[in-house]
Design a protein around this ligand. Structure first.
Ligand code: FAD
Length: 401
């Protein structure tokens, strides 16, 4: 068995893990990153990047390379309510708030994640692909590293004063610490790609039709990500015939079905669910969780990658302070938990409210009609969803809309 010692071991090189490792390496720390996959790798995702994600990608030194890969610039979103009411909102300055760039991006996850990993490769970081973390090393009630195995079966131990769990929704780190719990929101996503869709280039499109919703996101010149989210219980009886279930469900979403006339599905349907789960903060020193490893709610508002990147920023600040001064005790790392909650609590409340709205046909229609009459209110809401308007500013902006 080989053993490696480092300042920090990061499990997972998705957006959360890669960004954390980049920021820690820039602080001069000796960082080992493990990922069970080799990049580029696919990931089931709606592939929308909120406008504010560009700010962090720029800070990470990855935005230029991503721009060179030719992502689609999304000027805004078009939302179709159950009764067919259509809203079209554009990203732009609202009140005192300006987006980093006045557009969101549609970008394949193979490209986004590989771009971040390429940036990682340019730094003195020990990146180990095809190496899967299997367990945590715990001594005196403290995490002191991870056990892992490569795809040839060779074991590896990495010892470090700090382990960062960035290993996504099935996080071994969170599960080993008994922190992951089911959520009462039980939904499933069905994701595929279509081509031949006219006039689908500069806006993302959302179709709300309770209990489902669907999103179209143009990731390439003639390739559109189509994600349909349904109650898990509706899909369960069809688990062996998901393609049939998907086709039937799309027919039921009548405004989506009308939009897709003439388009062709060009990829198999991939399913992922239950989407939502809760994760408690670690109660031990030596470990913290970033990105999906720390919990997930629903992809409707498309902030998962932004959240992963922002977690990385907050984590790198807390880790820098903890390693430099007090040591990586649970108290020192509590600063990260506090900062994380402060950063995301209000948006989580708003997404909860939006979920309540899109669950009920009548309320969804009323909300859509109200927003159609007040474009400034729609722009403010889009600003919050796009992560450049703080949710706390929303009531004030709505009052003046
Ligand atoms: C259906 C769906 C649609 C979504 N749409 C959007 C969207 O449009 N926009 C958006 O911003 N967000 C979206 N999200 C959320 C987004 O995909 C996640 O929030 C984001 O990927 C989180 O990044 P991460 O780095 O935390 O996790 P991941 O991207 O999952 O990366 C985790 C990494 O850890 C590795 N790993 C896992 N286990 C181990 C192990 N044991 N050992 C070593 N490595 C391991 C994996 O290989 C992977 O590379 C969507 C999510 C779903 C489910």
């Amino acid at each position: 068995m080989s053993e490696r010692r480092a300042d920090v071991v990061v499990v997972g090189a998705g957006p959360a893990g890669a960004a954390t490792a980049i920021l820690l390496a820039e602080r001069g720390l000796d960082v080992v990153v493990l990922d069970r996959a080799a990049f580029p790798r696919a990931k089931v995702c709606g592939e929308y990047l909120s406008p504010e994600a560009a700010r962090i990608l720029d800070r990470l030194g990855a935005l230029k390379a991503l721009d060179a890969a030719g992502p689609t610039a999304l000027a805004g979103m078009r939302i179709t309510a159950p009764d067919g009411t259509r809203l079209e909102g554009r990203y732009g300055a609202i009140g005192d708030f300006c987006p980093y760039r006045a557009h969101a991006m549609a970008v394949p996850r193979e490209v986004l994640d590989a771009t971040l990993v390429d940036r990682l490769r340019g730094l003195p970081v020990d990146l180990r692909e095809r190496v899967r973390a299997t367990d945590l090393l715990i001594e005196d009630c403290r995490v002191v590293g991870v056990q892992a195995v490569d795809d040839g079966g060779a074991p590896l131990v990495v010892r470090a004063p700090l382990t960062v769990g960035a290993d996504g929704r099935a996080s071994v780190v969170a599960q080993r610490l008994g922190l992951r719990h089911p959520h009462r929101l039980q939904r499933l996503a069905l994701v595929t790609y279509v081509s031949g869709l006219p006039d689908c280039r500069e806006l993302g499109e959302i179709f709300v039709d309770p209990p489902d919703y669907a999103i179209l996101n143009p990731v390439d010149a003639d390739r559109v990500n189509l994600s349909v989210v349904v109650p898990l219980a509706h899909a369960r009886p069809w688990s062996s015939r998901l393609e049939d279930f998907f086709a039937a469900r799309v027919r039921q979403l009548r405004h989506l079905a009308a939009r897709l006339v003439g388009a062709t599905r060009v990829a198999p349907v991939r399913a992922l669910g239950p989407l939502a789960y809760r994760v408690d903060p670690p109660r031990m020193g030596g470990v913290l969780l970033v990105g999906d490893a720390g919990g997930f709610y629903d992809p409707f508002t498309g902030e998962g990658v932004f959240t992963a990147l922002r977690c990385a920023e907050l984590a790198a600040d807390a880790i820098g302070r903890a390693l430099g001064t007090r040591g990586v005790t649970v108290t020192a790392l509590a600063a990260y938990e506090g900062a994380r909650q402060a950063a995301f609590r209000d948006k989580e409340r708003l997404t909860g409210v939006l979920q309540a709205v899109i669950r009920r046909r009548r309320i969804a229609n009323l909300a859509a009609r109200a927003l159609a009459r007040r474009p400034t209110a729609l722009a403010a809401l889009l600003g919050v969803i796009g992560d450049f308007v703080p949710p706390r500013a929303l009531p004030r902006l709505l009052l003046h809309a």
